[in-house]
Design a protein. Structure first.
Length: 141
């Protein structure tokens, strides 16, 4: 009985190897592979287009991942919603063009140890400006 089960398992394993070989297993290159870095500017609130300011204001209490395009620029907005105190900021780790999209990697940084904070909720977000691009934006937050 055990010998029969072993034979059946061996047959299944061989069948799986044949199927995988016939299907042509290959390594698929991830879309997020970096094609080139991307230059950007961090935009201060007072320098934002009015319509984008209003859009951010209406959404900033929740996580924000949005893009906004003008004739010349694409604005990329990332935010982490309401935080319990002051002292939070957003760090840009990387922004680059992949094979099919623009990739934005950002992190939320909390207050430094020992930093004095105001016990009022804050809504940290960051706005990056790049030359106008047609690719979609993928956020890594």
């Amino acid at each position: 009985m055990i010998r029969k089960i072993k034979r059946e398992l061996l047959s299944i394993a061989l069948l799986m190897i044949c199927v995988l070989t016939l299907c042509g297993c290959s390594v698929i290159k991830k879309d997020s592979d970096k094609v080139s870095g991307l230059e950007y500017t961090v935009v201060e609130n007072e320098d934002l287009p009015l319509e984008l300011k209003k859009l951010i204001e209406s959404k900033k209490e929740n996580t924000i991942r949005l893009t906004y395009a003008t004739k010349d620029y694409t604005y990329i907005v990332a935010g982490y919603g309401t935080q319990p105190t002051s002292g939070y900021s957003i760090r840009v780790n990387d922004i680059y063009i992949g094979t099919n999209a623009i990739y934005v990697d950002v992190d939320l940084l909390g207050p430094e140890s020992g930093e004095q904070v105001t016990e009022l909720p804050t809504t940290p977000y960051i706005v990056l400006k790049i030359e106008k691009r047609e690719e979609s934006v993928v956020f890594n937050m």
